[in-house]
Design a protein around this ligand. Structure first.
Ligand code: 3PG
Length: 225
């Protein structure tokens, strides 16, 4: 296969996500929780989020974070429609991911200059993503698909393409190292750091503690690499 000129993620965002090593998946129900959640994560060393488009306040929450916590790398998740791609580009999204691999979404993200990682869990989905210019892919749902053993055997035929992955779905502090130790992984993601009930219950210290725990683990794993 010829190298594909288009790149669905900019080198700057790839570098940012790679440096961060972890993306906190957030479901925000009340816009007043957006800024304190982002600050609690930052305090624990997590500076990238995937704000899911699953609640009516998601875009307002993003705008508040963008304004009040500009150090946060602002990603969006659960991107299902072309209109959502346009809407998040308008609020200044840094990147986006989706559970599935939808060429229409990939192409619109590219058109909008938005860094985007589609979701894959099969070789056919990898091929669709690659054909549409993607090199960083969301591996979803990572744990129930077979974790690293499944990813490693699935990716073997494409290893010359230099693909990297963000595993999401079932990742947590206990299994994080098994992913982070692999050169295939650019960053791990998950909702365990700031679970919906923690946000609803304004448990900022617990969110900071969870963030600190994964930040420390990332440092430890990367020092060993
Ligand atoms: C999601 O979009 O919900 C994520 O992939 C997170 O999955 P998790 O809740 O298992 O961390």
């Amino acid at each position: 296969m010829q190298p594909i000129a288009q790149q669905a993620m900019t080198p700057e965002i790839i570098e940012k996500i790679d440096n961060t090593g972890v993306i906190a998946v957030l479901v925000i129900d009340d816009v007043k929780h957006a800024v304190p959640t982002a600050k609690a994560l930052l305090k624990g060393g997590v500076d990238a989020i995937e704000l899911t488009l699953r609640t009516p306040v998601a875009l307002d929450a993003a705008a508040a974070i963008k304004k009040e916590v500009p150090e946060m790398t602002l990603g969006f998740g659960t991107l299902l429609t072309v209109d959502q791609v346009k809407a998040i580009a308008d609020v200044g999204a840094d990147f986006a991911v989706a559970p599935g691999c939808n060429p229409k979404i990939i192409d619109e993200a590219h058109k909008q200059g938005l860094s985007f990682a589609p979701g894959i869990m099969t070789p056919s989905e990898i091929e669709i993503a690659v054909e549409h210019g993607c090199r960083v892919l969301k591996y979803f749902p990572a744990e129930t698909s077979g974790g690293m053993p499944h990813l490693e055997s699935m990716v073997a035929p494409y290893s010359y393409l230099g693909l990297t992955f963000i595993p999401l779905g079932g990742c947590n502090i206990k299994n994080a190292a098994t992913y982070l130790e692999s050169p295939l992984i650019t960053a791990i993601g998950g909702s365990w750091i700031a679970k919906r009930p923690l946000i609803q219950g304004e448990q900022w210290d617990t969110i900071t503690k969870n963030a600190q725990e994964i930040s420390d683990l990332i440092k430890k794993v990367r020092t060993k690499k």
